[in-house]
Design a protein around this ligand. Structure first.
Ligand code: HEC
Ligand code: HEC
Length: 120
């Protein structure tokens, strides 16, 4: 093999490995994820973007809610979060206008921490 052929071959091997890793724990092509019950994302890309956002809003990493590497597996914090997502959706659709820039998010209460602050 020439240097160029070797480089192309190595690129293909790397891409194949990346796709195997990326497919672990959830099936791509099944919309935003095979175990979604509340979110209605059409692609895993959208799901990952949303997940990165709630990581920031709660100041946690993915493993706070997921048994890695299986993102579809059950987890107590995941159940709690499903309720939280439903609550936020209901608050926004019932009490805040859709085009408002100041809708409720996880940040509104959590402020970058998993446990919300109270006055006491
Ligand atoms: C605060 C909790 C929480 C954090 C942190 C979190 N997730 Fe999630 N994740 C969930 C919940 C809840 C669901 C299921 C949503 C539903 O049922 O609609 C989910 C679903 C997913 C799914 C879809 C799984 C499937 O096959 O159905 C993927 C992929 C995923 N999360 C990736 C991530 C990644 C990557 C991170 C870190 C960047 C992350 N999550 C951080 C709560 C979390
Ligand atoms: C209206 C305020 C409010 C909003 C908005 C909110 N939460 Fe919460 N959250 C709470 C309160 C209060 C608790 C503690 C009570 C409980 O655990 O039932 C809590 C607890 C949690 C917990 C459990 C933390 C722990 O370990 O005790 C998780 C996870 C969580 N919220 C995720 C989210 C996510 C993700 C969002 C955005 C989709 C969100 N919350 C939006 C008020 C809120």
């Amino acid at each position: 093999m020439t240097v160029k052929q070797t480089a192309i071959f190595m690129t293909i091997v790397c891409l194949a490995l990346i796709s195997i890793v990326a497919n672990q724990g959830f099936s791509q092509g099944a919309g935003g994820g095979k175990a979604l019950k509340v979110l209605t994302f059409k692609s895993t890309h959208e799901t990952f973007q949303y997940m990165a956002k709630i990581n920031r809003e709660l100041g946690v990493q993915c493993n706070f809610c997921h048994n890695l590497p299986d993102y579809a597996a059950a987890h107590p914090q995941k159940d709690k979060t499903r309720d939280m997502i439903k609550m936020v959706q209901e608050m926004n659709s019932n009490y805040f206008s859709e085009d408002s820039e100041r809708q409720i998010t996880c940040w509104t209460c959590h402020r970058g921490a998993p446990v919300v602050e109270s006055a006491e």
